[in-house]
Design a protein around this ligand. Sequence first.
Ligand SMILES: Cc1cc2nc3c(=O)[nH]c(=O)nc-3n(C[C@H](O)[C@H](O)[C@H](O)COP(=O)(O)O)c2cc1C
Length: 158
Amino acid sequence: MDSQQFRAALGMFATGVTIITVRAADGGLVGLTANSFNSVSLDPPLVLWSLARRAGSLPVFARGTHYAINILAADQKELAQRFAMRDIDRFAGVAWREGAGGAPVLEGVVAAFECANRSQYEEGDHVIFVGEVERCMARAGAQPLIFHGGRYFTELPL
Ligand SMILES: Cc1cc2nc3c(=O)[nH]c(=O)nc-3n(C[C@H](O)[C@H](O)[C@H](O)COP(=O)(O)O)c2cc1C
């Protein structure tokens, strides 16, 4: 198996798209696009996501007490692309409110999970973050953004 085969197979698992945000110790806003989000436990309420060890944001997430997992709406594709770009101000012009621990919750998302940074596990070239959800919200009936095979989609009910 080569890495292209592995990526192609993984890409067949359609996911939503999140922007995960955290407040740095100096008050700065940090966030990145991630689709590795998943649920873990209902009681206690736990979720997970994984962050590349080489990600610039890793030191901030490793130390932060809280982060927010923002589930993007179908009309937020540009935000998904922007929060995966380097050397730009990702938060420029983005509306947000302060969530648990100061982590920014973005406007217009279909759902958000405000998490305490519960545990981290180093595995391969990523770090798995498990978050304990302190607050969450969902916009009933809203359309989520979908990611599959390197492309963005909106839902089409069967
Ligand atoms: C749809 C999509 C999903 C992504 N999922 C992840 C992910 O789960 N984990 C990760 O570390 N990077 C993921 N990335 C890549 C990061 O967003 C990108 O490398 C970003 O520049 C990292 O920011 P940082 O270096 O400031 O931490 C994804 C990118 C896109 C477009």
